[in-house]
Design a protein around this ligand. Structure first.
Ligand SMILES: [Zn+2]
Ligand SMILES: [Zn+2]
Length: 152
């Protein structure tokens, strides 16, 4: 699902039709999330929204509130922490994540449905899945010194 002109409208509509109360800070955080073209950490989000260090707890609470409404996808990092991305509630996708710089590439297909079906066959209900692929992006790969072949 692309971020067309209706994207922000649909996000705002989702918020308006939920019990979520918007405050000035939440508005600023939502603006910063929508303006970001890639998933970001809570600390980066706080910077982008121009909020002070002391507001980090507010940022996490706001992200949790947005997540409950279904407009946030959480992308866990390999070691610890996670990145956050604003998405439409029915938009489900995965990412390739660089473990060095946390650059992400979006994958617009899902390989998890079959796994969910298997879980259901085993008697699990309310089945969901998280699936991210980690590696090193082109920029973060160690540079191998090239051996110059001197001809002649
Ligand atoms: Zn990287
Ligand atoms: Zn999936």
């Amino acid at each position: 699902m692309k971020r067309d002109n209706g994207f922000l409208k649909r996000i705002l509509y989702t918020i308006e039709s939920s019990p979520l109360r918007m405050t000035q800070k939440r508005e600023r955080l939502l603006d910063a999330l929508v303006a970001s073209d890639r998933p970001i950490s809570a600390a980066v989000l706080r910077d982008k929204a121009g909020l002070p260090d002391s507001d980090l707890v507010t940022v996490y609470r706001t992200l949790e509130a947005f997540e409950r409404v279904g407009i946030i996808q959480r992308i866990p990092l390999e070691e610890s922490g996670c990145l956050f991305e604003v998405t439409e509630p029915e938009d489900h996708h995965h990412h390739f994540v660089c473990r060095e710089c946390h650059r992400t590439e979006r994958l617009d297909f899902c390989l998890g449905k079959e796994l969910e079906e298997r879980a259901k066959k085993l008697g699990f209900t309310e089945v969901t899945h998280l699936m991210e692929v980690y590696g090193l992006c082109e920029d973060c790969q160690p540079v191998h010194e090239s051996v110059d072949c001197v001809g002649g």
